[in-house]
Design a protein around this ligand. Structure first.
Ligand code: HEM
Length: 385
């Protein structure tokens, strides 16, 4: 859990907070005043957090008595050193990383920053000449904002990294035995006596279930990734994106009699979105249509248009001749692990919805009036602004 310090991002925060040379100089000019009160500051923190049930054990059980108090003292003094350099960013980043490691509830970190602010305000009120109070007050707010931003960034980054490592680890651990199971079943299938119908059926069930589990594991990883990946917005050609996904589906599903009708709008539609998330959304919508189409009457249509209700959006309508059993609450369709198909993973539509939300789009699924299923996706256009 030792993430690299993202200096560029942290310095960007510093710039946005306007923590410039002049603010740093102001902090340095008043450093003695604050440094003199560092023990008092740390004692204030100690007293406050040792009275809270959820935090007192951090003070009671330490590597050696007073270690945490020393950390707080040093940090408090360091705020007024007047140089937000890499070593300052390192310390702040490390604080967030350590707070994750020791499982500190982040609400108490926020609370401690509120305390630090009011402690500094009190010093300013009591000891700084009125004419200088505004400047030092602003500089203190900025440095505390920066510290909290860095700590929170490190906290979120490391928490996500832990979740991700666990999910990826589980996925890896499940995938391996599934491969072994699949390989063994294939071997058993090749034994001459095993061709009797019942045995063959059992093998197929085991193989089908292990493939379903493998798919589920991959989809859980994708679902998790959507929530945490930073989107990279790009202008994308909707029709090109759709053709790519349709071709992939055509080669994955062997539907001999498939009637695939494509009705694209007669104009180029440019959309705005992250290429990976847009691809995930369209791929899950199309895969859902291919998977659910009636094998006796396999018709799929894909149409695009501009949203008549809101020209800032483009619409993709995917129809198939399948059947959709609507749950009592339609929202359930998009809930992870909810599936209307016996062999489904229940992740496809929830992934599609998560991706749609991420790129500011929308997805709905409903039974077509004359039979079949319609999936409607709206996506933000790039050329409508
Ligand atoms: C303004 C608020 C806070 C700041 C600036 C801060 C800063 C730090 C820093 C710089 C470290 C050392 C990181 C390292 O080098 O590994 C640290 C560690 C730690 N912090 Fe915080 N912290 C704050 C709030 C809190 C609170 C509210 C608690 C719990 C009551 C807490 C508990 C701890 C503990 C237990 C450690 C590990 C100490 C050790 O290594 O023995 N911190 N913190």
């Amino acid at each position: 859990m030792n993430s690299k310090v993202p200096y560029t991002r942290l310095l960007f925060f510093k710039e946005k907070l306007e923590l410039d040379r002049s603010a740093e100089n102001t902090l340095r000019e008043h450093s003695r005043l604050f440094a003199e009160r560092k023990e008092e500051f740390s004692a204030y923190f100690e007293d406050f957090f040792s009275r809270i049930e959820q935090t007192k054990h951090y003070l009671e059980v330490q590597d050696y008595p007073g270690r945490l108090q020393k950390i707080w003292e040093k940090w408090f003094e360091g705020l007024f050193s007047g140089s937000v350099d890499h070593s300052f960013l390192d310390i702040m980043w490390k604080s967030g990383t350590t707070h994750v490691k020791i499982n500190l509830d982040h609400r108490y970190v926020n609370l401690s920053y509120c305390l630090a602010r009011s402690f500094c305000r009190k010093i300013i009120r009591e000891q700084v000449p009125v004419g200088q109070q505004n400047d030092i007050g602003e500089a203190v707010e900025k440095i505390l904002d920066l510290c909290l931003l860095i700590e929170t960034d490190a906290f979120i980054t490391n928490t996500y990294q832990c979740d991700r490592e666990v999910i990826m680890g589980i996925a890896h651990q499940i995938r391996n035995p599934l491969t072994v199971i699949g390989g063994n079943i294939m071997r058993l299938k090749r034994i001459p006596d095993s061709s009797d119908n019942m045995v063959e059926g059992t093998y197929e069930t085991i193989l089908g279930e292990s493939r379903r589990m493998e798919k589920m594991v991959n989809e859980v990883c994708t679902y998790n990734e959507i929530f945490h990946k930073h989107p990279e917005w790009q202008v994308l050609n909707l029709h090109e994106q759709l053709i790519k996904v349709i071709e992939e589906c055509k080669s994955s599903y062997s539907l001999d009699k498939l009637d695939l009708q494509i009705g694209f709008a007669p104009l180029e539609i440019m959309i705005l979105g992250d290429p990976w998330e847009t691809g995930i959304l369209l791929s899950h919508v199309l895969n859902n249509a291919f998977e659910g189409v009636d094998p006796e009457n396999p018709l799929i249509t894909v149409q695009t248009s501009l949203d008549p209700g809101n020209q800032k959006f483009a619409l993709v309508e995917v129809f198939n001749t399948g059947v959709l059993t609507m749950p009592d609450d339609p929202k359930q369709l998009f809930t992870p692990f909810y599936s209307t198909k016996s062999a489904g993973t229940g992740m496809g539509l929830s992934i599609a919805r998560a991706a749609a939300r991420k790129i500011k789009g929308h997805i709905s699924l409903y039974p077509a009036p004359g039979g079949g299923v319609i999936c409607m996706v709206s996506l933000p256009r790039s050329d409508s602004r």
